[in-house]
Design a protein around this ligand. Structure first.
Ligand SMILES: [Zn+2]
Length: 203
């Protein structure tokens, strides 16, 4: 190898390492996530059932920007969706068909919690709302039926996120009724919904 070529390779390596370092330095932070054991949230499906995380929080796919702290739980159409936290139903949309793919064509139930945050349960099936606006709901109460409406990339799943207001940045969420986690749920991980005591968390 000529000396010139060797130097070229060395400088290329330095450039790549430098780029990787700055990409790491300026990476978008993810979290911190609240302690799962004291989280006010439980998994949004029935105790005793298990679902895998199709897409976790902080991805380069659709859980970025304002929707960064979202979760997609793989779920066959027709699965009962339960409230992850008690509150009052703020909005219900259930008219879209399961083959409608528009970004704004998701059926949804939104629940406003006592601290003002709003939980959204998205992609529900047509007529898949079991509550109406103004209803008070408790954690674990059946509020909807999962579906495949809106921007689901054709995979039936439940998209769940929490915001402090209608269009704010989503906030990191953990769930107290599954295996303890200090960080986001793992993509591909299967999460079993354990029984829990709702009394100590909700007014
Ligand atoms: Zn999603």
């Amino acid at each position: 190898m000529s000396r010139q070529l060797g130097e070229k390779i060395a400088w290329t390596a330095v450039a790549i390492a430098g780029f990787a370092f700055f990409a790491w330095l300026y990476r978008e932070p993810c979290g911190p996530f609240p302690d799962s054991l004291s989280s006010p949230y439980v998994l949004p499906y029935a105790v005793g059932s298990s679902h895998s995380v199709l897409q976790s929080s902080c991805t380069t796919e659709t859980h970025r920007g304002a929707l960064k702290y979202s979760y997609d739980f793989s779920m066959p159409v027709g699965t009962t969706v339960t409230a992850a936290r008690g509150g009052v139903v703020a909005e219900v949309r259930a008219d879209f068909r399961d083959d409608q793919r528009g970004a704004e064509e998701s059926n949804v139930v939104r629940v406003k919690h006592a601290d003002g945050t709003i939980g959204s349960y998205v992609h529900l099936t047509q007529r898949g709302a079991l509550v109406k606006a103004g209803d008070a709901v408790a954690a674990g109460q059946a509020i909807g039926v999962s579906g495949n409406t809106g921007n689901t990339s054709k995979w039936p799943h439940l998209h769940f996120h929490v915001r402090r207001c209608a269009n704010c940045q989503t906030v990191p969420v953990s769930f107290r009724n599954t295996e303890p986690h200090a960080d986001r749920l793992d993509a591909g991980g299967d999460y079993f919904a354990r029984p829990y005591d709702s009394q100590s968390y909700e007014p």
